[in-house]
Design a protein. Structure first.
Length: 256
Protein backbone atom coordinates (compact mmCIF):
# COMPACT_ATOMS: atom_id res chain seq x y z
CA UNK A 1 0.00 0.00 0.00
CA UNK A 2 2.81 2.42 0.87
CA UNK A 3 4.40 1.71 -2.51
CA UNK A 4 1.21 2.59 -4.41
CA UNK A 5 0.75 5.71 -2.31
CA UNK A 6 4.32 6.72 -3.07
CA UNK A 7 3.67 6.37 -6.84
CA UNK A 8 0.63 8.68 -6.53
CA UNK A 9 2.73 11.10 -4.51
CA UNK A 10 5.54 11.22 -7.06
CA UNK A 11 3.02 11.75 -9.86
CA UNK A 12 1.57 14.65 -7.93
CA UNK A 13 5.04 16.12 -7.38
CA UNK A 14 5.65 16.13 -11.15
CA UNK A 15 2.43 17.97 -11.98
CA UNK A 16 1.00 19.46 -8.80
CA UNK A 17 -1.53 21.72 -10.52
CA UNK A 18 -3.28 18.97 -12.51
CA UNK A 19 -5.93 16.91 -10.77
CA UNK A 20 -5.93 13.30 -11.89
CA UNK A 21 -9.11 11.18 -12.19
CA UNK A 22 -10.56 10.26 -8.80
CA UNK A 23 -8.69 7.38 -7.26
CA UNK A 24 -10.14 4.45 -5.37
CA UNK A 25 -11.86 5.52 -2.15
CA UNK A 26 -12.38 9.12 -3.27
CA UNK A 27 -15.78 10.73 -3.68
CA UNK A 28 -15.19 14.33 -4.79
CA UNK A 29 -12.45 16.58 -6.13
CA UNK A 30 -11.93 17.75 -2.54
CA UNK A 31 -10.69 14.25 -1.86
CA UNK A 32 -7.82 14.84 -4.28
CA UNK A 33 -6.55 17.67 -2.07
CA UNK A 34 -7.15 15.61 1.06
CA UNK A 35 -5.33 12.66 -0.50
CA UNK A 36 -2.36 14.81 -1.47
CA UNK A 37 -2.07 16.05 2.12
CA UNK A 38 -2.50 12.52 3.43
CA UNK A 39 0.53 11.54 1.36
CA UNK A 40 2.43 14.37 2.99
CA UNK A 41 1.50 12.90 6.36
CA UNK A 42 2.63 9.43 5.22
CA UNK A 43 6.01 10.65 3.99
CA UNK A 44 6.69 13.25 6.69
CA UNK A 45 6.16 16.30 4.51
CA UNK A 46 4.93 19.53 6.09
CA UNK A 47 1.23 20.26 5.49
CA UNK A 48 -1.66 22.22 6.98
CA UNK A 49 -5.40 21.55 7.13
CA UNK A 50 -7.78 24.19 5.80
CA UNK A 51 -10.75 23.30 7.96
CA UNK A 52 -12.86 20.67 9.65
CA UNK A 53 -14.27 19.41 6.34
CA UNK A 54 -10.77 18.70 5.08
CA UNK A 55 -9.83 16.97 8.33
CA UNK A 56 -12.94 14.79 7.96
CA UNK A 57 -12.02 13.94 4.36
CA UNK A 58 -8.45 13.08 5.34
CA UNK A 59 -9.67 10.91 8.22
CA UNK A 60 -12.04 9.01 5.93
CA UNK A 61 -9.30 8.40 3.38
CA UNK A 62 -6.80 7.42 6.08
CA UNK A 63 -9.32 4.88 7.32
CA UNK A 64 -9.84 3.58 3.77
CA UNK A 65 -6.11 3.21 3.19
CA UNK A 66 -5.54 1.71 6.67
CA UNK A 67 -3.16 4.44 7.80
CA UNK A 68 -5.08 6.10 10.65
CA UNK A 69 -2.21 5.72 13.17
CA UNK A 70 0.30 7.37 10.83
CA UNK A 71 -2.06 10.20 9.98
CA UNK A 72 -2.91 10.72 13.64
CA UNK A 73 0.76 10.97 14.61
CA UNK A 74 1.41 13.57 11.91
CA UNK A 75 -1.32 15.83 13.29
CA UNK A 76 0.79 16.97 16.23
CA UNK A 77 2.77 19.12 13.84
CA UNK A 78 0.01 19.93 11.35
CA UNK A 79 -2.41 21.31 13.95
CA UNK A 80 0.01 24.07 14.88
CA UNK A 81 0.05 25.20 11.24
CA UNK A 82 -3.74 25.05 10.75
CA UNK A 83 -5.27 28.16 12.38
CA UNK A 84 -8.38 27.98 10.18
CA UNK A 85 -9.12 24.49 11.44
CA UNK A 86 -8.56 25.48 15.08
CA UNK A 87 -10.93 28.44 14.71
CA UNK A 88 -13.72 26.05 13.65
CA UNK A 89 -13.47 23.73 16.65
CA UNK A 90 -15.54 25.86 19.03
CA UNK A 91 -18.60 26.02 16.76
CA UNK A 92 -18.17 22.40 15.62
CA UNK A 93 -16.91 20.84 18.84
CA UNK A 94 -19.26 17.84 18.77
CA UNK A 95 -18.17 16.61 15.35
CA UNK A 96 -14.53 17.43 16.18
CA UNK A 97 -14.76 15.30 19.32
CA UNK A 98 -16.04 12.33 17.30
CA UNK A 99 -13.26 12.77 14.71
CA UNK A 100 -10.62 13.04 17.45
CA UNK A 101 -11.89 9.81 18.97
CA UNK A 102 -11.63 8.05 15.62
CA UNK A 103 -8.11 9.40 15.22
CA UNK A 104 -7.25 8.57 18.85
CA UNK A 105 -5.58 11.94 19.11
CA UNK A 106 -5.33 13.10 22.76
CA UNK A 107 -4.49 16.74 22.04
CA UNK A 108 -7.31 17.28 19.55
CA UNK A 109 -9.72 15.29 21.73
CA UNK A 110 -9.01 17.36 24.83
CA UNK A 111 -9.30 20.62 22.87
CA UNK A 112 -12.74 19.65 21.54
CA UNK A 113 -13.77 18.31 24.95
CA UNK A 114 -13.11 21.67 26.60
CA UNK A 115 -15.48 23.33 24.12
CA UNK A 116 -18.14 20.60 24.41
CA UNK A 117 -18.31 20.88 28.20
CA UNK A 118 -17.98 24.67 28.09
CA UNK A 119 -21.16 24.81 25.96
CA UNK A 120 -22.93 21.98 27.79
CA UNK A 121 -26.64 22.52 28.50
CA UNK A 122 -27.67 18.90 29.04
CA UNK A 123 -27.54 15.57 27.25
CA UNK A 124 -26.99 15.92 23.51
CA UNK A 125 -28.13 13.48 20.83
CA UNK A 126 -24.69 13.56 19.20
CA UNK A 127 -23.56 11.25 22.01
CA UNK A 128 -26.00 8.49 21.06
CA UNK A 129 -24.13 5.34 20.19
CA UNK A 130 -20.86 6.71 21.61
CA UNK A 131 -20.65 5.24 25.10
CA UNK A 132 -16.97 6.14 25.44
CA UNK A 133 -17.72 9.78 24.68
CA UNK A 134 -20.56 9.82 27.22
CA UNK A 135 -18.13 8.68 29.91
CA UNK A 136 -15.44 11.19 28.90
CA UNK A 137 -17.82 14.16 28.71
CA UNK A 138 -19.52 13.21 31.99
CA UNK A 139 -16.17 12.85 33.76
CA UNK A 140 -14.93 16.23 32.51
CA UNK A 141 -18.23 17.95 33.38
CA UNK A 142 -18.20 16.47 36.89
CA UNK A 143 -14.71 17.85 37.49
CA UNK A 144 -15.89 21.32 36.54
CA UNK A 145 -18.75 20.94 38.99
CA UNK A 146 -16.31 19.88 41.72
CA UNK A 147 -14.26 23.03 41.15
CA UNK A 148 -17.44 25.08 41.10
CA UNK A 149 -18.57 23.66 44.44
CA UNK A 150 -15.14 24.30 45.95
CA UNK A 151 -15.23 27.92 44.76
CA UNK A 152 -18.75 28.41 46.14
CA UNK A 153 -17.69 27.06 49.51
CA UNK A 154 -14.78 29.48 49.69
CA UNK A 155 -17.02 32.38 48.64
CA UNK A 156 -19.46 31.55 51.45
CA UNK A 157 -16.58 31.44 53.93
CA UNK A 158 -15.23 34.74 52.60
CA UNK A 159 -18.60 36.37 53.29
CA UNK A 160 -17.83 35.96 56.99
CA UNK A 161 -15.18 38.64 56.55
CA UNK A 162 -18.03 41.08 56.05
CA UNK A 163 -17.33 44.62 54.93
CA UNK A 164 -16.46 45.22 51.27
CA UNK A 165 -16.09 41.51 50.49
CA UNK A 166 -19.72 40.85 51.37
CA UNK A 167 -20.80 43.91 49.39
CA UNK A 168 -18.81 42.72 46.34
CA UNK A 169 -20.40 39.27 46.41
CA UNK A 170 -23.90 40.67 46.80
CA UNK A 171 -23.37 43.10 43.91
CA UNK A 172 -21.96 40.37 41.63
CA UNK A 173 -25.10 38.24 42.05
CA UNK A 174 -27.12 40.85 40.15
CA UNK A 175 -25.72 39.40 36.93
CA UNK A 176 -26.96 35.87 37.65
CA UNK A 177 -29.97 34.48 35.78
CA UNK A 178 -32.11 31.54 36.86
CA UNK A 179 -32.45 30.42 33.24
CA UNK A 180 -28.74 29.61 33.17
CA UNK A 181 -27.28 26.43 34.60
CA UNK A 182 -24.64 26.88 37.33
CA UNK A 183 -21.87 26.04 34.84
CA UNK A 184 -23.04 28.90 32.61
CA UNK A 185 -22.32 31.56 35.22
CA UNK A 186 -18.59 31.88 34.62
CA UNK A 187 -18.96 35.66 34.34
CA UNK A 188 -19.95 35.84 38.04
CA UNK A 189 -16.73 34.18 39.18
CA UNK A 190 -14.59 36.13 36.71
CA UNK A 191 -16.09 39.39 38.01
CA UNK A 192 -15.16 38.53 41.61
CA UNK A 193 -11.69 37.34 40.66
CA UNK A 194 -10.91 40.49 38.68
CA UNK A 195 -12.30 42.70 41.43
CA UNK A 196 -10.27 41.07 44.19
CA UNK A 197 -7.08 40.34 42.26
CA UNK A 198 -5.46 43.72 42.82
CA UNK A 199 -6.39 44.37 46.42
CA UNK A 200 -6.92 41.37 48.66
CA UNK A 201 -8.00 41.54 52.27
CA UNK A 202 -6.47 39.19 54.81
CA UNK A 203 -8.07 35.74 54.69
CA UNK A 204 -8.78 35.89 50.93
CA UNK A 205 -6.00 33.55 49.80
CA UNK A 206 -8.16 30.40 49.73
CA UNK A 207 -11.05 31.92 47.80
CA UNK A 208 -8.68 33.46 45.25
CA UNK A 209 -6.95 30.11 44.71
CA UNK A 210 -10.31 28.36 44.28
CA UNK A 211 -11.38 30.98 41.73
CA UNK A 212 -8.06 30.74 39.89
CA UNK A 213 -8.41 26.96 39.53
CA UNK A 214 -12.03 27.28 38.39
CA UNK A 215 -11.15 29.93 35.78
CA UNK A 216 -8.14 28.11 34.30
CA UNK A 217 -7.93 27.93 30.52
CA UNK A 218 -7.00 24.40 29.40
CA UNK A 219 -7.22 25.17 25.69
CA UNK A 220 -3.88 24.47 24.03
CA UNK A 221 -4.41 24.87 20.30
CA UNK A 222 -6.55 28.00 20.55
CA UNK A 223 -4.00 30.72 21.16
CA UNK A 224 -6.33 33.73 21.14
CA UNK A 225 -5.92 34.08 24.89
CA UNK A 226 -9.63 33.90 25.74
CA UNK A 227 -10.62 33.69 29.39
CA UNK A 228 -13.50 31.92 31.08
CA UNK A 229 -16.20 34.39 32.03
CA UNK A 230 -15.28 36.97 29.40
CA UNK A 231 -16.32 37.75 25.80
CA UNK A 232 -17.15 34.57 23.85
CA UNK A 233 -16.60 32.47 26.97
CA UNK A 234 -18.73 34.67 29.22
CA UNK A 235 -21.08 31.77 29.99
CA UNK A 236 -18.62 28.88 30.10
CA UNK A 237 -15.63 27.45 31.92
CA UNK A 238 -12.45 26.25 30.20
CA UNK A 239 -10.93 24.18 33.01
CA UNK A 240 -12.16 20.80 31.73
CA UNK A 241 -9.68 17.93 31.91
CA UNK A 242 -9.50 14.14 31.81
CA UNK A 243 -6.66 11.74 32.49
CA UNK A 244 -5.04 9.52 29.85
CA UNK A 245 -6.77 6.49 31.35
CA UNK A 246 -10.16 8.14 30.72
CA UNK A 247 -9.60 8.68 26.99
CA UNK A 248 -12.20 6.58 25.11
CA UNK A 249 -9.77 4.22 23.38
CA UNK A 250 -7.05 1.72 24.20
CA UNK A 251 -3.88 3.80 24.29
CA UNK A 252 -1.70 0.66 24.22
CA UNK A 253 -2.87 -0.31 20.73
CA UNK A 254 -0.40 0.80 18.09
CA UNK A 255 -2.53 -0.15 15.10
CA UNK A 256 -6.27 0.16 14.58
Amino acid sequence: MRASLLIFFLQGMQSPTVLSPLKEGMETSNDEVAFEKLLCAMYHKKYSISGLRELSDMTRLADFYCCLPTFSSSLYSALWHSPALISEISSNCNSTLILAQKLRHPLLFREALVHVVCQWKGYSHFLEGHYGLVCAVTSAYNRVCERLLAANQEIFIAMQLGGQVKVDISAATSGLEREETPTQNAHFYRHLYNQWEGEQEDGMQNVMEALRVLLENNLVLDRKGGMAGEDEYRHGFLCEEISDSELPWNSEEEDW
